[in-house]
Design a protein around this ligand. Structure first.
Ligand SMILES: C[C@H](O)[C@H](O)[C@H]1CNC2=NC(N)=NC(=O)C2=N1
Length: 105
């Protein structure tokens, strides 16, 4: 399976039109503006369900106004197509809940 990094990952994100996400040193990252803790928990529950179905899991941080998501394939410590696929599913969940990506600092 392809392991993406650097420019290759940035290109893969553009190709896949995964505009919610950015290539970080430690994987794919995004942060959703949920607005309150319980809305964030609901999004986390939905993400958990698709992750379980996929057998591939994100790292999540739930805070009052945000849900932060990191995706990396821990078995190879690199971003793979599994992460790109789950990123798409997570973006679709957020979009269906009308949750937007938080502005970057
Ligand atoms: C057995 C189980 O499917 C594997 O351990 C899965 C679980 N979820 C996973 N999630 C992520 N992000 N990386 C993995 O390597 C991984 N492995």
């Amino acid at each position: 399976m392809t392991e993406y990094s650097g420019q290759q990952l940035t290109h893969a994100l553009q190709e896949a039109q995964l505009t919610d996400w950015h290539a970080a040193e430690d994987g794919l990252r995004t942060r959703f503006s949920t607005g309150d803790f319980m809305a964030g928990l609901e999004l986390v529950q939905r993400i958990a369900a698709v992750a379980e179905d996929a057998g591939h899991h994100p790292d999540l941080l739930l805070t009052f106004p945000h849900v932060e998501v990191r995706l990396i394939s821990h078995d190879v410590e690199a971003v793979t197509d599994r992460d790109l696929q789950l990123a798409r599913q997570i973006s679709e969940l957020a979009a269906s809940a009308e949750i937007e990506v938080a502005p970057t600092d």
